[in-house]
Design a binder for this molecule. Structure first.
Ligand code: FE2
Ligand code: FE2
Length: 392
């Protein structure tokens, strides 16, 4: 079931840098929704008077908020945008505001957006205008129909999470169940290797991580002989376990270089953010919430942020923690090489009483299958396993 994992499973490639330039004439706080855009795209904010033609050409797309712009900064922006005829620009406008309409018309290839349509519509407009899929669709064709369906359902769920995480949003339980059920079926029929072949097609490592962890926990639950109900539960938990990351700017999550200590601390907050989001999600089973809230706790009480220990951490949380750490260690990031499954497993053993070692022993079968498909990979990573695990 777990054999023949493709050699490219842990490699980062095909990452599309979706840099969105946020240009304001009246200050960042004048356009509050800009802050939320950073959770959907890798964003950079720049004052209109300071933007350069290279800023524009390096970005996939620019969002220009004209509110409060001075004639001088508008003149500067016109000069800069006229140098790049292919630049894609979205201008949020207030319906009936003639000044905004006229000014935006002087900026080149501009797509107008009616502010009244709301934030979600703005995100979808930007995605559509960029016009690039989030994954390598051609390569995904190599997967079976069932795997593709499970992949599309799962990524649709992950895509929707930043909206679901807003104050008035809600996680789609129907989509969550469909994704988890499709994933469980794929694991049963085709095994994790087939799933990982599809996971690798996604361009965002944050998405790949959640998809990878969901595959690992489902596979492990099947290996442990858990009921199909529990398998579906843990598959959903794997997809949602890092829901708190939807509150963290993508520029940090997808940062191409090493994280600063401050950025690392921000990422660590994802577990607390997840708790905040899930507290108001009355439609999500408590078991799934526990997996998201407790996956950085350790059995000896040394985890964070509550230092829960022993029986306070149930079987699904214990499995989630093992798989999450293993995934973090074996994934390649721009700032680190992937560990081989065998070395990563040795680290799980070295973690001793932090993890349920009786479960770690059973996890060995999965690790050995992964290792046998990649016998030559033995790179060591520079960051400590615990530090990686805390960021996962
Ligand atoms: Fe994680
Ligand atoms: Fe996490």
């Amino acid at each position: 079931m777990l054999s023949n994992v493709p050699a490219y499973v842990f490699c980062v490639r095909g990452h599309i840098k979706m840099l969105i330039l946020l240009i304001t004439g009246g200050g960042f706080n004048n356009a509050d929704y800009f802050k939320n855009l950073s959770r959907f795209f890798s964003c950079k904010h720049i004052e209109m008077s300071k933007v350069s033609s290279s800023d524009i050409s390096e970005a996939e797309l620019s969002v220009v908020d004209l509110k409060g712009s001075s004639p001088t900064s508008l003149k500067h922006l016109r000069a800069v945008t006229s140098a790049d005829k292919g630049a894609k620009i979205v201008c949020p406008l207030t319906k009936g505001d003639r000044w905004e309409m006229v000014q935006s018309g002087t900026l080149g290839q501009v797509k107008h957006f009616d502010r009244a349509k709301g934030f979600k519509a703005l995100v979808l407009t930007i995605r559509e205008f960029i016009g690039k899929p989030d994954c390598d669709l051609e390569r995904l064709q190599n997967s079976s129909k069932e795997v593709q369906q499970a992949f599309h359902k799962s990524t649709a769920l992950l895509d929707d999470l930043p909206f679901a995480a807003t104050e008035d949003g809600a996680i789609s339980v129907a989509l969550m169940k469909q994704s988890a059920s499709a994933l469980t079926g794929v694991m049963q029929e085709e095994g994790i290797s087939a799933w990982l072949g599809a996971v690798e097609c996604h361009h965002s490592h944050t998405f790949r991580h959640s998809l990878y962890v969901a595959g690992l926990v489902t596979s492990f639950a099947q290996h442990l002989g858990w009921s199909s109900e529990h398998q579906t539960m843990i598959a959903a938990g794997g997809l949602l376990h890092d829901i708190g990351k939807t509150k963290i700017p993508l520029a940090i999550l997808d940062k191409p270089g090493a994280l600063t200590d401050e950025e690392f601390d921000t990422i660590k907050k994802h577990r607390l953010f997840g708790e905040e989001i899930l507290q108001r999600a009355n439609n999500i089973p408590n078991e799934i919430k526990r997996m998201a809230v407790c996956h950085h706790e350790y059995i000896d009480g040394s985890g964070y942020p509550y230092g829960l220990s022993g029986d306070q951490l149930g079987p699904t949380v214990r499995v989630m923690t093992i798989c999450d750490i293993f995934a973090a260690m074996t994934e390649e990031r721009s700032y680190k090489s992937p560990m081989s499954p065998r070395v990563a497993f040795a680290n799980l053993i070295d973690m001793g009483g932090k993890l349920d070692q009786s479960l770690v022993k059973k996890f060995k079968d999965i690790v050995m299958d992964l290792h046998s498909s990649q016998p030559n990979r033995s790179a060591a990573v520079k960051r400590s396993p615990l530090k990686q695990a805390k960021a996962s």
